[in-house]
Design a binder for this molecule. Structure first.
Ligand SMILES: Cc1cc2nc3c(=O)[nH]c(=O)nc-3n(C[C@H](O)[C@H](O)[C@H](O)COP(=O)(O)OP(=O)(O)OC[C@H]3O[C@@H](n4cnc5c(N)ncnc54)[C@H](O)[C@@H]3O)c2cc1C
Length: 293
């Protein structure tokens, strides 16, 4: 790894003024589980690394005014340990629980995950399915980017060079709901997703379906959602919706999977995730982390 300057500011404003001054020569650091691997391989060579772990304002999970706010420093482990996330956002809870291994989850963050923006990212689909927003700050001001607009390509986001993600904001749902995140990996443990599916349903028969690792960015299966909208789910409708979901994805063949296998399994996963989400809403079962594939 090349030598780099390491800075650890204690306030957002200080970090932002450093980033403004240094631009693309500096990178923000959270858990480092993506950044340091890329630096080690020479894929990115920042002159300065700005560690955000000294900034208390970026900590915590908070429910306020109809939203749950997840700060940039919140790790996957903290999400799993949060009763709020477990109860109100089970798809995000399931996605968090299946990232890598304990060691990576103890340091890696949801915000680092979405800023890294690889197609397989576990955090993308739940945030899309929730219609979440990404909270962004620069020394010029702040803005919110809908999760659906945040991802612009493979490892690309809507962030400008001088901007920092301070957290994400997820709307709290009213009424009954059921959710699932299902991941297909090659083996148990530290493997990135071959495909991932998040589904959120409610008792007014609204359905939201998002997929990761099967397109350059996480995507919503909008045609399938439209087919389902307002209808009570049964096996045959779930089957049709799963077929239609394939029109929203564009998987490739790579080291983890062939395109054909991804397509086949996405159909299976979308159908099972839909059925399981409705069942969870109605009966509380299957329990979190029940294997669907
Ligand atoms: C062995 C192993 C297994 C893994 N398995 C999985 C897996 O199963 N699923 C999965 O999704 N991922 C997996 N990952 C990837 C990684 O762990 C996650 O993406 C993690 O959530 C990244 O978070 P981090 O805090 O470590 O990010 P960092 O590495 O600190 O940062 C990631 C990127 O975001 C930028 N950044 C950080 N903070 C900000 C900010 N506030 N504003 C703007 N830009 C910022 C950094 O400059 C960097 O480019 C794995 C990684 C390893 C090493």
């Amino acid at each position: 790894m090349e030598n780099f300057r390491y800075l650890k500011p204690a306030a957002i404003d200080k970090a932002l003024s450093l980033k403004k001054e240094l631009g693309s020569k500096a990178r923000f650091l959270l858990g480092g589980t993506d950044l340091f691997i890329q630096m080690d391989k020479g894929f990115v060579v920042p002159e300065t690394v700005i560690d955000l772990k000294g900034i208390d304002e970026l900590k915590g999970i908070e429910k306020k005014d109809g939203y749950v706010y997840v700060g940039a420093r919140v790790t996957w482990t903290q999400l799993i340990e949060s009763d709020l996330i477990r109860k109100e956002f089970p798809a995000l809870w399931e996605a968090s629980d299946i990232v890598a291994s304990v060691g990576v989850r103890n340091t890696g963050t949801l915000v680092g995950n979405i800023c890294n923006a690889v197609p397989s990212l576990e955090g993308g689909s739940p945030l899309l399915a929730y219609n979440a927003a990404v909270l962004v700050k620069s020394s010029q001001g702040e803005r919110e980017i809908p999760a659906a607009d945040f991802f612009t390509g493979v490892k690309k986001t809507a962030l400008a060079d001088d901007e920092m993600v301070t957290g994400v904001k997820i709307p709290v749902k009213n009424g009954k709901f059921g959710e699932v995140y299902v991941k297909m990996g090659r083996y148990e443990g530290e493997d990135l997703a071959q495909a991932g599916v998040a589904v959120v349903v409610d008792d007014k028969n609204n359905y939201r379906i998002a997929l990761n690792a099967v397109a350059p960015t996480p995507v919503r299966a909008e045609k399938a959602e439209a087919l389902l909208s307002g209808k009570k789910l049964d096996e045959s409708l779930a089957e049709k919706a799963a077929e239609l979901a394939l029109e929203s994805i564009s998987p490739i063949s790579d080291i983890r999977s062939s395109k054909e296998y991804r397509l086949h399994m996405c159909r299976v996963m979308v159908k099972r995730a839909l059925m399981a989400s409705v069942s969870r809403m109605e009966t509380g079962k299957p329990a979190l982390n029940t294997r669907l594939i």
